[in-house]
Write a protein that binds this ligand. Sequence first.
Ligand code: MLT
Length: 312
Amino acid sequence: MSTLVIDNVKTIKTLNNIAESGLKVFNKGNFAVDNDSENPDAIVVRSFNMHSLEFGSNLKAIARAGAGVNNIPVEKCTQQGIVVFNTPGANANAVKEMVLTCLMASSRNLFEGVAWTKTLEGEGDQVPKLVEAGKKQFVGKEIKGKTLGIIGLGAIGALVANDALDLDMDVIGFDPFISVDTAWNLSRNVQRAMTIDQLFAESDYITVHVPLTNDTKGMFNKESFSKMKPGVQILNFSRGELVNEVDMAVALEEGTVGRYITDFPNETVLKMKNTISIPHLGASTAESEENCAIMAARQVKDLLETGNIKNS
Ligand code: MLT
């Protein structure tokens, strides 16, 4: 008697390195991770740009091990019935820690001070003398009592808000999409800006935590800068395209913006004195990579095994 063997192994392809702990999720169940597959059942991706890829007929899901999905052609996927996941909150703590690190380091002119110290040369007590003579140029400001404006009170924004309050900052938040309960339960004592212009007008520091969409693209521009406190410090750990870099260069030149701290280096402002460019390290921690990989893999596993779509 012959036995009918049904091959229902689901093939998973990964684009970019996905943390091992994420791949282990596929050890249980009928899965094969095959990065050479031309027609996988699901793809797990980090930052690989998928916009020019053609998708095979088996493809049922793409899971982005990260928050932003701008490297995935979401509309095309929807039309083809392919589910797109991201991993909301999985890297929020990593980004929050980076935002607060940069906020404090920037206020104390730490980036410039450390770079300057490396240029010093001398023997014996020459270096300490140069330090004493030159350190005045790096006198900083404390963040205590200053106002931090947070645009976007999702997973990252809410964490930043809570910790900024613990650092004795005044926090004002703006988020047109979040329910009052969610945002304001998460972020005790956050003052709610009724308009983004109110946040612009009151903030000494502004940090932005919104996705890149047609509405948010270029939201930091000549007009918005003109509504901000002169010398405001802006932190961008969301997406470079939120900022009109040409307008930013002018604002930095004129001092309208005192400092631009960005996780998305761009040649227009890269070399400017008051730009701090970071090579997209906001979510770059071992813990965050693991969290994102595990969440993405579980989403895919769930969908392929049970048909459940759970974006968490
Ligand atoms: C995100 O979208 O989650 C962050 O920008 C980090 C990343 O791109 O991996």
